[in-house]
Design a protein around this ligand. Sequence first.
Ligand code: GDP
Ligand code: MG
Length: 791
Amino acid sequence: MGIRIALAGNPNCGKTTLFNALTGSNQFVGNWPGVTVEYKEGKYKGDKEVKIVDLPGIYSLSPYTLEEVVSRNYLIDEKPEAIINVIDGTNLERNLYLTTQIVELGIPVVIAINMMDVVEKNGDKINTKKLSEEIGVPVIEISALKNRGLKEIVDAAVKAAKEAKPQSPKHRFNGSVEHAFAHIEELCLHGIEDENVQRWYSIKLFERDEKIQEKLGLSSDVIDHIEKDIASCEKELDDDAESIITGERYNYIGTIINDCVKKAAKGLTISDKIDKVVTNRWLALPIFAVVMWLVYYISVTTVGTWATDWANDGVFGDGWHLFAIGSSDYADAADEFTANQLIVDGYDLYVEENGSEPTGDFEYPVEDEETAAVDYETASLDDYAAAKAYVESNEEPDPANYGVWIPGVPVFVEAGLDAIGCNDVVKGLILDGIVAGVGAVLGFVPQMLVLFIFLAFLEACGYMARVAFIMDRIFRKFGLSGKSFIPMLIGTGCGVPGIMASRTIENDRDRKMTIMTTTFIPCGAKLPFIAMVAGAIFGGASWVAPSAYFLGIFAIITSGIMLKKTKMFAGDPAPFVMELPAYHWPTVGNVLRSMWERGWSFIKKAGTIILLSTIVVWFCTFFGVVDGAFTMLEEDQIDHSILAGLGRCLAWIFLPLGFGDWEATVASITGLVAKENIVGTLAIIYGAAGDVYETMRAAFTNASGFAFLAFNLLCAPCFAAMGAIKREMNNTKWFWRAIGYQCGFAWVIGLIVYQVGKVFTGEGFTVGTIFGIAAICVLLYGLFRKDKYNK
Ligand code: GDP
Ligand code: MG
């Protein structure tokens, strides 16, 4: 059998860097079963028989965070043949705290003092020989980033594993504590199969670790017995058991540091100097705002939009101009042609509506492509004559005639399907269902990769750690960690990378909460919908768009406060202990790897979910019952579709929110596929009756219109984002919990907006209003009730 080596250490000590350096591309990344903590396993480059496991970063082997539980369960239950304890050499004192516990597990340990490049640069000296003697394990200096000492450390670990001499700790606790351990061992540990881990168990039992009591299946009798030993020891030393152990560990570490470390007399390092500015009380936030604005601007607005347009309209659209040659010429020509065509169409429309030709200037409609808003412009008869002449003498410009034109995937697929004589149903499924659906997902990818590069860079150079530190003070007040800020910020572009960015949050509870609340912030795809509601229902009022953002922030803050008071998210609030690693230039390889890991997992997982759901929605949109027969529908028969039927069945859900008709219901459902769909769907449905905006205005009141907006902004996000939630939660129950919470919260807010809002918009007070007020009371209760679980 091969050798398994586990990398254990504090967060940010360089485990993953070491792991990547040791395994190269032979790695498997996933999540630990049932939880959202990252799991990485790989084969050592130098010897395929050696397997390396990257454990979650922890400060201690206590049971308080999921990461700690995952790491220690792996070490105790899976018993790797050896442990490499990775230590950040620039911060020995804090890192050794974990070391003192790891050597108690009875598994062979070697210590890798990492970041030696930085230690040396600082001029500090670590006496590794002495350190090794005092702790009783081999100590090797390495630099994971600079590829130093890598072979030595693996060789040492393999050697230790082959000798299989169980580690025994050199450190002894105070006499009466050791006495209590001896009692505990005698009482309940002599039977267990692996003697080597006895000492660790007795220390944990001394600390009243409930998970260990459970694991060993101790009877209440035995626990009472142990309790007596502990109590007498506590009395003697006048402190509680856990503090006794912690205190002694730190004393021990103090002596080690004294003996083995010589710090250079030090002024401020470059990192300290940068931090003086970057984490300055007044400058921190403005600097952060500028940095994020830049990242956001470049990845979403400039490069991102360009890349996404290219992917959506080009690769997964009609096609694109190679290197954009000829594309602006084509755009000019197309614009000119369209402008003329609109005048001609407008003239015909006038004739149709009035039954006679215009005698002077006439108005013609111009529709905004994104929001479906209609504007009217005026043309004279001369304009019409010129336009008509232009349209008649020119063909509609074909992009293929400009520059080097490469047709998009759908064009190829369609041509292929036509060539093999495919029938219309299959063709519709493949083109409108699969290619369009998968294309819509893949269209996000370039933009995401650009964003991920920036994030990976900011993370690896050490800036993100500072941001979390800065934001933590504010976020802590409503139950979220500072690290939650970044996903939410990214979520303003697209919820998918936002949710994926929650990976950087190491605490499991905080991460779950962040995943659940990130998509409350309006993403880019919701903007056209917001614009449409503002235009159609609120006459273009300028307060509507900002109110959508405030609603999102409000939803996040109230959710944070309310959820933190529930049992699921409570518990000891994870203390924000975080080392601020020294700033440094990350390697290109690491940044690219991190980008690709995130991007690829999105493509894989979200891709499959989107694929399935688009097929289902396509089917429901294009099939239905016409004249008693089930058939494929024409474009204007959407109210016969299965989707419309479904809308009628589900409309009752939205009755209390004021928009219980099938049209709004169907729009909300298609919004689950992609939020852009809401506008498209409403445009098709309302457009069938004439002017989209007018019909829509008639279908809503101010109160129900805003309730419609609020519900769709806050409810479960699009399928792609749901796919991301599923992946990041890595647990079906938690996935449904998140979706359920989002929809429930959105519904309640919609109810309040409509029922209470209508009193102010002159629709009067009804029975429903009482429910609306009751809902407000429930929210207030959730916000202000006593917090049972947190101190
Ligand atoms: P983990 O949380 O333990 O997995 O730590 P990472 O591997 O993610 O590393 C944290 C940071 O330390 C990253 O920015 C690394 O680039 C950096 N780092 C890791 N090893 C070294 C090293 O040997 N020298 C220097 N200067 N930086 C390192
Ligand atoms: Mg890591």
